[in-house]
Write a protein that binds this ligand. Structure first.
Ligand code: AMP
Length: 142
């Protein structure tokens, strides 16, 4: 496991007692790179922007089209969703559908992926969906 992965798993393993005080699972919201992108403090190629959702190009694209969709609210991973995040997640999925249509991916098909935790290959501790398309994608993933 990478050092980053180990650090994040250790952080994720900690109690959520800091929630609501600028921390989620002991990760400072100031330090989260996707929170920084959502606040406009880090550059990104934004392709969709609404009040509580954002989509931007992945820095290291794995297919001709590779976009990340995030809630602006800091949620560390799918495993950290609360029951009342259902509406937000539904809108995130609809935003992915609309973006795929706008990018001309819907007819040929595409893949929507959420990596969760260390074994899932998650490297950024802010919930995100990968929208991948523009070429045939193999299965199963590595
Ligand atoms: P995951 O491994 O599922 O956590 O995905 C994180 C993704 O974030 C990777 O595909 C990275 O290439 C991407 N990424 C990391 N930093 C940035 C950034 N500053 N802007 C855009 N994409 C990024």
């Amino acid at each position: 496991m990478s050092l980053l992965g180990r650090a994040q798993v250790e952080a994720w393993g900690q109690p959520k007692h800091l929630k609501g005080r600028g921390y989620v699972n002991n990760i400072s919201l100031q330090a989260c790179i996707f929170c920084k992108i959502a606040r406009g403090e880090l550059p990104a190629t934004v392709v969709h922007d609404e009040a509580d959702l954002l989509a931007f190009r992945d820095l290291s694209p794995q297919s001709p089209h590779h976009t990340l969709l995030i809630p602006r609210k800091h949620i560390a991973s799918l495993d950290d969703l609360d029951e009342d995040d259902g509406d937000l997640m539904g809108r995130l999925m609809l935003a992915a559908r609309d973006l795929a249509r706008r990018q001309g991916l819907a007819e040929a098909g595409y893949r929507l992926v959420a990596n969760v935790g260390a074994d899932g290959g998650q490297s950024v501790g802010h919930l995100h969906l990968h929208l991948l398309g523009g070429r045939p994608l193999s299965w199963p993933p590595g």
